[in-house]
Ligand binder design. Structure first.
Ligand SMILES: [Zn+2]
Ligand SMILES: [Zn+2]
Length: 338
């Protein structure tokens, strides 16, 4: 018997991803399935076309907004902390701290508990319920930043760098590239926490999701659209999709300072590649110390690593005296959630 057989009886990989056979569902499947539990709204996890979807109310609202009201045959809400029986297992959704509505899936079957964490982070985020640790026998984790070189800076320091640049170059627009679901709203909320109370200007592509966050109770302060701007916005903060950073669109701004908020900005070459003047290391994933800490705290005897830099993390898991396994799942690049 292989050491993983105990869990593989009821949680295994098939062509659509992680499948819980006794529960009759997949988690974040990459192909259309009958029944899916979706951890959060990023497009590598929340795909259209499933028969039935179970998720938090916020994730369902995000899926409907991005993918259309008929993105799934049916939607069923499960709030954080509520438990539901599905086939032979019980399921609970627990905050993952990644973006609004993001959840870990805790599954119990015959006295054994598995937690599939989806994407998660441990640091504070004013726009998402804080990560909750669940002790378990099997912990399934991602490893987007699963190398010891990845250490994220404290958010407040990165926001401070942006505000310091604004003070140093008061005549230039500060144009910040940020993905539209999660990172943009978190940046706005962090700026508000730092006392920045001027209107924040948005590229049109960011408007709908910011409005939805507002409807779901996340206060982002005063927002305005660049299209409605009366000037070339000197000295203002503008948020746009990363793809628009070098676009002709930027000509309507005043000598922009180009910033980009992403965990990858820790890698200088990536910032240079994108022509980013002010890289901001703000990530919605765990860095290496947080991954190791979380694995330790779950007390899981077995840890599966879904995607990312699995090799280093699986090695580390072994060093920690647990069984590690790289699942090498494809289709979860999560560029938009980095
Ligand atoms: Zn992801
Ligand atoms: Zn994500």
């Amino acid at each position: 018997m292989s050491p993983t057989a105990k869990f593989e009886d009821w949680l295994k990989l098939d062509g659509a991803g992680l499948c819980c056979a006794p529960g009759g569902f997949h988690i974040d499947p990459t192909r259309r399935v009958e029944r899916a539990i979706i951890t959060h709204g990023h497009s590598d996890h929340a795909r259209p076309g499933h028969g039935a979807v179970l998720a938090t109310p916020e994730t369902i609202a995000i899926m409907r907004a991005r993918l259309g009201p008929d993105a799934a045959g049916s939607f069923q809400e499960l709030r954080y902390g509520e438990t539901i029986g599905m086939g032979g297992v019980t399921v609970r959704l627990v905050p993952a701290g990644h973006i609004l509505g993001s959840a870990q899936v805790a599954i119990e079957h015959r006295g054994c508990r598995a937690v599939i964490s989806g994407d998660y982070k441990r640091g504070p985020d004013p726009t998402a319920a804080a990560f909750e640790l669940v002790r378990c026998d099997l912990f399934v984790t991602e490893a987007t930043f699963g190398l010891p070189v990845f250490r994220h800076e404290p958010d407040a320091r990165e926001i401070g760098r942006l505000l310091a640049s604004l003070a140093a170059f008061p005549e230039r627009t500060h144009l910040v590239g940020a993905y539209g679901l999660g990172k943009t709203q978190r940046l706005i909320a962090l700026l508000r926490d730092a006392g920045y109370d001027r209107p924040i200007w948005l590229h049109g592509a960011h408007a709908a999701m910011c409005n939805l966050y507002g409807e779901l109770g996340v206060d982002l302060g005063q927002l305005a659209l660049v299209n409605d701007a009366p000037s070339k916005l000197p000295g203002e903060i503008v948020l746009c999709p990363p793809s628009a950073l070098q676009d002709r669109w930027t000509r309507r701004l005043t000598d922009p300072v180009t910033a980009f908020a992403s965990g990858w900005m820790r890698v200088r070459a990536r910032a240079r590649q994108r022509g980013v003047e002010l890289p901001l290391v703000i990530s919605d994933h765990c860095d290496w110390p947080e991954l190791v800490q979380t694995i330790d705290e779950t007390e899981a005897e077995e840890v599966w690593v879904t995607h990312g830099r699995e090799d280093a993390l699986v090695h580390q898991i072994g060093v920690m005296g647990r069984r590690g396994r790289a699942l090498a799942l494809v289709g979860y690049e999560d560029e938009e959630g980095e």
